[in-house]
Write a protein that binds this ligand. Structure first.
Ligand code: GLC
Length: 726
């Protein structure tokens, strides 16, 4: 009779020596298993372990093909005296080989179904190459665009992050990982990594428990509730203690309150970094602190292998604690199907069959279209497809480096540039391409401006392609300024001055300060890093074969000095009076040299359609504790063009026992509204949605009146109110 999982694990665990158990708790860079020298971390001997130790390692990361995965796994199964398959993990963040838009762009879609579909595609591609687990979703709540990893999140709203994160879990895992074509997920970085002081990566986070629980924690919980079996603590210290050794986070909240019994894996060298963070005097103490906070797997360093045996012998760590971690790891391997099939169907043939296919490119292109945000349009867009002469200007005009920084096995050269896309769409048009300037931060050469201006003068329409290089955002890539690098803004000003039929395409991994661009450009389309099919998507959006429907997931500041800036900010005792945001109001909460509001607020995005909110009706204006209010919103598409709309419902609690945000996203739905038609969108309000963490961290709602509106942040289109009864 087939053993149950419990019986199998019990029997296997009983066979393992203590060191073999600790080997299961160690994850090494896959390069050690492919080459002797791992450029990232030098020869494995430097880790103080032997070749025999290598044979007992529990998991690897960064293998990059089915061939590698099969070779490494089969050799390991021979070398490991217990023949335990390794878990193969990778950062499949927004695509594996076919790259779709960066997560911040996916957040702009406000479309969890799209996120699930793209994640499912990525899972199939990665699984074919032998990946079992992805270090995704990353759902770190963010408010400061100086931080480079904002590109990896879905933005400044907890509900949006939660829904999009849960959609990723569903997409990667399907109805249960452990079969070819699915991946187990690992939610990260727990917790509050996005709260790094001054937006500087890896920097400390000081945060009240109230703020942590209300804004930063829910999205991680949503992903675990959606079935993510793994979690990764964050590098940062939180209130003085690095997450990896933070007992409040790891024991009290994660294992205690949330009852999570899945696998916790450290971030890369994070256990080792406890020493440089000054909370561990040596390798032994670093290993002990991580162990005592339930960190089951050490990524990339070998403090567990080199220290835990002694800690067990010294009675400081019990073998039962080791066994608990190893049981979690073996349980995950069982659930991933590795004991049935250590290869999970990976093969070079499968890679050819399911990676970078026409279907996957189509999914990536649709995603790039739906993530784009039309920030400004004085009427020049969409361009006519009858145009004869097109000037493509800017450092991103012909660039294929538009797939973003976390690209797994995606390759720039497999991407479609804007020039490629325009040529594909309008093969008969005459296209002049001029780089115009560099996108590098410290390049100020304007030598190509005359050529750019000349090309613009002689064109029917001009497409300016500017932005940040893709290695200016992502891990370790914080900036102190958010302007377009180099002289790109000056190039835009010069070109827009000579041809009013100009549209600017933006390629960037974070909100930028676009105040100057907004003044000079007749149209601005935010493409983010759109992925492999970015150029085709951009062309279709510019020439009207696609209709922009993305909205801002993270505020675009008017000045970097406003950071951190976010839509759901609390009121103050001296709020600015309504009116021109850029006019200074003495003795009010504002700046003498800049307005308070962002240039582009959360939830904002234009369309080629024209939508009008016709009505918002509540079936009752009184909400009981266990009742609900049904809200019906009617929104008309008054144009001759079908269009999608992110319908957003916000509320405000004007009087509570703690200061509350001036507005909070209560719910959202993305709907397609055919030309000339009116859509009916229904929301439900219940009392739990109105709860918040009070000053003493009690979690409750307050009876009383609530304001309600549809529209986008700071821009109510229709308003109403309701009362929550005691
Ligand atoms: C990195 C990142 C983390 C990633 C891990 C493995 O340092 O912080 O997000 O999953 O290492 O690549």
């Amino acid at each position: 009779m087939k053993q149950t999982k419990k019986e199998f694990i019990k029997e296997l665990l009983a066979k393992l020596t203590l060191r073999e158990k600790i080997g299961q708790m160690t994850q090494l860079n896959g390069r050690y298993f492919c080459e002797t020298e791992a450029e990232l971390t030098g020869p494995f001997e430097k880790l103080g372990i032997s070749a025999k130790d290598l044979a007992m390692i529990g998991s690897v990361l960064y293998l990059s093909s089915a061939e590698e995965a099969i070779a490494v796994q089969s050799k390991h199964l021979e070398d490991d005296p217990n023949h335990i398959p390794m878990l193969i993990m990778m950062d499949v963040i927004h695509g594996y080989r076919t790259i779709f838009p960066i997560p911040l762009a996916m957040g702009a879609s406000f479309d969890p179904d799209l996120m699930e579909q793209c994640s499912q595609m990525a899972a199939k591609e990665a699984s074919a190459s032998g990946v079992h687990v992805t270090f995704t979703p990353m759902v770190d709540y963010v408010r400061d665009a100086r931080w480079g990893r904002v590109m990896e999140t879905m933005g400044e709203d907890t509900l949006l992050n939660s829904r999009m994160g849960a959609a990723q879990v569903k997409g990667f895992q399907g109805d249960g990982y452990g079969r070819p074509g699915s991946l187990a997920t690992c939610v990260k970085h727990f917790a509050a990594y996005g709260g790094a002081e001054a937006g500087r990566d890896y920097n400390m986070v000081e945060i009240s428990e109230r703020l942590l629980r209300e804004y930063y924690l829910p999205a991680y919980k949503a992903c675990l509730d959606a079935g993510a079996p793994m979690l990764m603590p964050s590098f940062n210290s939180m209130n003085g203690v690095p997450s990896t050794a933070n007992s409040f986070l790891m024991n009290q909240v994660l294992r205690g309150e949330w009852g999570f019994d899945g696998v916790v894996i450290s971030d890369y060298w994070a256990i080792k970094e406890l020493i440089s963070q000054g909370v561990a005097k040596d390798n032994r103490e670093a290993a002990l602190k991580a162990m005592k906070c339930g960190c089951d797997v050490e990524m990339a360093s070998t403090y567990y292998l080199n220290e835990l045996e002694k800690l067990v012998r010294d009675g400081v760590v019990s073998e039962a604690e080791i066994d608990r971690s190893v049981e979690r790891i073996l349980s995950l391997k069982w659930d991933c199907g590795l004991f049935e099939d250590p290869y999970q169907g990976a093969s070079s043939e499968k890679e050819v069959e399911c990676q970078l296919t026409k279907e996957n490119r189509a999914i990536a292109e649709t995603a790039a279209e739906k993530c784009a945000v039309l920030l400004k349009n004085d009427g020049v867009l969409p361009f006519s497809k009858q145009v004869k002469k097109i000037a493509l200007i800017g450092p991103f005009a012909e660039s294929r480096s538009i797939i973003g920084n976390w690209r797994a096995n995606g390759k720039d050269e497999e991407a479609v540039s804007v020039a490629d896309g325009v040529r594909n769409l309008l093969p008969g048009a005459e296209i002049a391409v001029v780089q115009g300037c560099s996108a590098e931060l410290d390049q100020f050469d304007e030598g190509e401006f005359p050529a750019a201006i000349d090309a613009a003068k002689n064109a029917d329409v001009v497409i300016l392609c500017v932005g940040e290089q893709q290695d200016y955002s992502g891990e370790g890539k914080s900036r102190v300024d958010l302007k377009l690098p180099g002289v790109q803004e000056k190039l835009c000003e010069a070109v827009c001055a000579v041809n009013p039929n100009t549209a600017v395409l933006l390629f960037n991994g974070r909100p930028l300060v676009l105040t100057g661009l907004h003044k000079c450009a007749p149209a601005i389309l935010e493409m983010w890093f759109p992925g492999t099919e970015g150029g085709n998507a951009a062309a279709k959006l510019l020439f009207g074969d696609a209709n922009p429907c993305g909205v801002i997931p993270m505020s675009f500041p008017k000045s970097v000095g406003q950071c951190p800036i976010y839509y759901n900010h609390p009121s103050t005792g001296r709020p600015k009076k309504a009116g021109d945001d850029d006019v200074f109001q003495p003795f009010h909460s504002n700046y003498i040299d800049c307005g308070n509001l962002p240039l582009y607020p959360f939830g904002y995005g234009l369309s080629y359609s024209s939508f009008r909110y016709e009505s918002m009706e509540l079936d009752t204006h009184e909400l009981t504790k266990d009742g609900q209010i049904k809200v019906t919103v009617k929104i008309a598409n008054q144009s001759d063009r079908d269009g999608e709309k992110a319908v957003q419902l916000y509320f405000h609690d004007p009087v509570a026992s703690s200061v509350r945000p001036v507005q909070s996203l209560l719910d959202f739905k993305k709907v397609l509204i055919p030309a000339g038609k009116t859509a009916k969108v229904e929301f439900t309000i219940t009392e739990p949605q109105l709860r918040y963490y009070d000053a003493d961290c009690s979690y409750h709602s307050d009876p009383g009146d609530f304001d309600l509106f549809v529209g986008y942040a700071d821009h109510p289109e229709l308003k109403d109110s309701f009362r929550l009864l005691d």
